[in-house]
Design a binder for this molecule. Sequence first.
Ligand SMILES: NC(=O)c1ccc[n+]([C@@H]2O[C@H](COP(=O)([O-])OP(=O)(O)OC[C@H]3O[C@@H](n4cnc5c(N)ncnc54)[C@H](O)[C@@H]3O)[C@@H](O)[C@H]2O)c1
Length: 262
Amino acid sequence: MRLEGKIALISGGASGIGRAEAILFAREGASVVIGDLQQAQANEVVEEIKAAGGNAAAVQLDVRDGDAWASAVAFTESTFGPPMILGNNAGTNFRLSWDEQTPEMWQTVLDVNLSGTYNGIRAVVPSMRKAGGGSIINVASSAALKQGGGGPAYATSKTAVVGLSRNAALAHAGDNIRVNALCPGHVDTPFIRGSQPHSENTWSTDIANPENYERRMERQPLALGRLQSGEDIAYGALFLASDESSTVTGATIAIDGGSTLL
Ligand SMILES: NC(=O)c1ccc[n+]([C@@H]2O[C@H](COP(=O)([O-])OP(=O)(O)OC[C@H]3O[C@@H](n4cnc5c(N)ncnc54)[C@H](O)[C@@H]3O)[C@@H](O)[C@H]2O)c1
């Protein structure tokens, strides 16, 4: 029960890494609010947590919308109390080359991945001050640490999330609010398996394609025998959410099976 009595708001908690985070945090004693575009899937995660004896609720959230963030925080406060943990997981990508990626796509990726993270930080800080401190966990990417090619928007947005995390960490240190960035590698979630409205894949980029799965395995040197799972990343987030990391702030932590070593 490493998060007993804590209250967490998790964006992108309906799927993948955010879902694993929500389930793990609830198992460790936190009351969890899931904010996501996909309300039906968010409700399924809530039911799963409740069935295991945990506390959870869902709220509709588009991370691009500052007012929606304010409503999500107000909902969290009235349901469980002020959030002292924020997991910023919502993300989007267009897997297209520089030439194919349009200015509109560039803007969408920056709006969701970067401004969505900024909006979340802005929205929770007053609650965290009320709670006497907090921990903000921003999911960046190994794309922030190593250029993997492809179009310009995703790597730029994730590199900026690392910068934003360090800036916010210093700005809010005096309020005992910690801000850190996690950089996952190749994680087997619907982001890269199948095709989602926020993360479209073709057969050449879908990890259901064995050739593509193998290509990603070759870029992950640790002998896991599989790509990473959402849980692998959620365990890092659990450390950052818990008091075990009470002196860790402004850190950028790669959880990537060594993929940025290559
Ligand atoms: N899967 C990977 O290999 C990988 C690697 C590095 C970083 N990441 C990052 O991890 C984060 C989580 O990705 P995942 O793999 O769990 O993907 P996922 O597709 O399983 O989950 C992403 C969630 O974000 C939600 N979302 C998307 N746009 C949103 C918006 N505007 N407002 C609210 N919710 C929104 C989706 O509905 C979905 O539930 C993302 O930021 C992604 O960039 C993923």
